[in-house]
Design a protein around this ligand. Structure first.
Ligand code: BGC
Length: 666
């Protein structure tokens, strides 16, 4: 097939190419161009069959539900983000999808955002690092990706028209920063713009976002796709350099044609995007030889299990309730049998795997009898025989209760209304704790959950997130001690839904004012002195880790190697996520107390130590200065904090930065 250039296409063809052929494909002009077929992610492959490409609701292939992005982030293990990408790409290869519409690196500004389970973190650095590895994993196997949703898509209600009003500094330091980090690390084939407006202009028509920042500053050279239905006016979005409007849009051709006739856009504007589109289409073809099917269905599930196991977060473990004792155990909660594997919406995978009952896996691993009662019905309705559950629980010295939120509560297109568990689930936990003093709670959910109603009454709480098809395998390994927990929270768990951010479900006049600026998540909690339930970065294991011997070695003006020892004081091998934060107390501009700038996840054998080292560069000290429209490091004293969480700081050291005077302002 001859490789076409812009000159080979008629004006009509060029205008057609600016909009999808149908729901999932680009135009080919009867075979003149190779076909490109896109499909959803990020929590596994969700793809309609080719025969259904022209309809929204077609049957989707059955694939592996991978640990959701919330879980991938909670591993704090970039290598697993890469592996996750590889497995999903393998399924793309099997089903002949060319581009995976994932991942999303939006900031979790509020725990209520209905898509938090699809996003990595409240922290731009963590989101950027993990997002980049995910993309590398997919693209190294010859499948394209879509870095989404650009930008400031942190709430789902009224997402098609909501206006996120955010100041320039917060935009650059928080909301755009994960995109910037990803684009420094790798080259996604596409970026997907978001539905919402940013500072009054729809993302799809926002030239400042798409051209001035994304292309000119971040150097993005792929195509920008609209989110499905986010392109309202095709010529206005063309003016903003949106390359591809998806899906097919009946009036798009006429809009561009009229704009050309009136001189509102020029043929050069069309050609700019058409050239990007042709480069993209041929880039996808050039990637095809990299596509090698690698894994069987079983191997994919094994990989999903490895990620899921590292992703679960042990929030509390009083009286060493976990790992479970080898004693008769009562297991309560329908989700133990029918787990909540993922959130709802365009990322919901139609699973090809059976989910073993947690009861059977626990019984096998513990070698004891495990009694199970469903306790509540599907869709959280009704508590089945509360009396029976209490009577039973009174006879057990170990009770595991599995609760959470399913897709009826957590779904794209709507925000959560609360972070408290459903009253029926709270009631169940309460009932059981009245008669048993060794209760272990497992929570399956996609974002922060308020556990304050029961945390003092139960011994242990394990946050499973949405761990995908392998959830019960991972849970059984962690609960029985076959594996030690090593996940940490990639988002703060606040006490109240609006402790850290105004309630995003009330946006007067459709304007969501991001008045907290850069003080998002733990940055805000520390600035305001707000107590949180579980801090960013928190997560326990079955061992304790001791940190010592912090060394800060200067390598350049703003380049440092930070190293320290972590000692595993326990009797089992375990992995620890150590976090390095940097803060500048006496800065001229208001800055967060500290910000995550590096982290490391290390497996440390029992009763031994590991020397860990990470690096800091200019970006560890810089803030975005809106006057010079650039990152700036202000000379002064910085503190390096090394911790097991954002609030469990074990080691600190001061660094004095003295850049040449000409870089400074008087
Ligand atoms: C979602 C995107 C998704 C697209 C295609 C939209 O509703 O916001 O994330 O990729 O649909 O399904």
């Amino acid at each position: 097939m001859k490789k076409l250039t812009v000159k080979d296409l008629s004006l009509e063809e060029k205008i057609h190419l600016l909009t999808g052929k149908d729901v999932w494909r680009l135009h080919t002009f009867s075979g003149k161009l190779p076909e490109v077929f896109v499909a959803d992610g990020p929590n596994g492959l969700r793809m309609v069959s080719r025969e259904n490409a022209d309809n929204w609701g077609g049957e989707v292939y059955k694939t592996t539900a991978m640990p959701n992005v919330v879980n991938v982030a909670n591993t704090w293990n970039p290598a697993l983000a890469y592996e996750n990408g590889k497995v999903i790409a393998d399924e793309c290869i099997e089903h002949d999808a060319d581009v995976l519409l994932a991942p999303g690196v939006n900031i979790k500004r509020s725990p209520l955002c209905g898509r938090n389970f699809e996003y990595f973190s409240e922290d731009p650095y963590l989101a950027g690092v993990m997002g980049a590895e995910y993309i590398k994993g997919v693209q190294d196997k010859g499948i394209g990706t879509s870095l989404k949703h650009y930008a400031v898509n942190s709430s789902e209600n009224d997402r098609l028209c909501m206006n996120a009003e955010v100041d320039e500094r917060a935009l650059r330091e928080i909301y755009l920063r994960p995109f910037e980090i990803v684009l420094q690390e790798t080259k996604p084939t596409t970026v997907m713009c978001s539905y919402n407006k940013v500072n009054g202009i729809h993302a799809s028509e926002n030239r400042y976002l798409l051209k001035d920042i994304l292309r000119d500053i971040f150097g993005f050279d792929g195509i920008v796709i609209s989110d499905w239905g986010a392109c309202h006016n095709r010529w206005k979005s063309l003016k903003a350099t949106l390359d591809l409007c998806m899906p097919v849009k009946e009036d798009a051709f006429a809009q561009v044609k009229t704009a050309l006739e009136n001189g509102w856009v020029s043929e050069e504007d069309v050609d700019f995007c058409v050239e990007n589109l042709l480069n993209f289409i041929y880039r996808i073809q050039e990637m095809k030889p990299m596509r090698k099917l690698e894994f069987t269905e079983e191997q994919r599930l094994e990989k999903a299990k490895a990620i899921a196991t590292e992703s679960m977060v042990l929030l509390q473990n009083e009286n060493c309730a976990l790992p479970l004792k080898k004693i008769p155990t009562l297991l309560l909660g329908r989700m133990a049998e029918f787990p909540a594997t993922c959130g709802g919406g365009s990322s919901e995978v139609s699973s090809c795997h059976k989910h073993p009952h947690l009861k059977d896996l626990l019984a096998e691993k513990l070698g004891v009898e495990v009694t199970f009662r469903s306790a509540y019905e599907a869709h959280l309705n009704g508590l089945s025989s509360a009396r029976e559950c209490m009577d039973l629980a009174a006879r057990y010295d170990q009770v595991v209760v599995v609760v959470g939120e399913d897709t009826s509560l957590v779904c794209e297109g709507m925000n959560r209304t609360d972070i408290k568990l459903h009253p029926k689930h709270l009631q169940l936990i309460d009932n059981v704790t009245r008669v048993c003093d060794n209760v272990i709670v497992v929570i399956e959910a996609g974002s922060a959950v308020d556990t304050s109603a029961f945390q003092d009454k139960v011994n242990a709480i394990l946050y499973a997130g949405y761990a995908g098809d392998a959830v019960n395998y991972a849970l059984s390994d962690l609960l029985t001690g076959a594996a030690a927990p090593s996940g940490k929270l990639s988002e703060t768990f606040p006490y109240e839904k609006d402790d850290l951010c105004p309630d995003v479900n009330f946006t007067p006049g459709g304007v969501d004012s991001y008045g907290e600026g850069v003080f998002v998540g733990y940055r805000g909690a520390e600035d305001m002195g707000v107590d949180v339930l579980y801090p960013f970065g928190h997560g326990l294991s079955y061992v304790d880790f001791r940190y010592e011997n912090l060394q800060v070695e200067k390598k350049g003006e703003t380049d440092y190697v930070i190293s320290y020892d972590i000692y595993n004081e326990g009797a089992v091998d375990a992995a620890e996520v150590s976090q390095v934060y940097v803060g500048q107390a006496a800065a001229r501009v208001a800055r967060p107390v500290k910000e995550l700038k590096a982290f490391s996840k290390d497996v440390i054998p029992a009763r031994s130590k590991k020397h860990v080292s990470v690096t800091l560069d200019h970006s560890a000290f810089a803030y975005y200065n809106v006057c010079i429209k650039d990152w700036h490091v202000e000379n002064g004293t910085f503190t390096v904090y090394v911790g097991a969480s954002s609030q469990d700081i074990r080691l600190t050291q001061k660094i004095i930065v003295t850049l040449p005077d000409e870089t400074q302002f008087t």
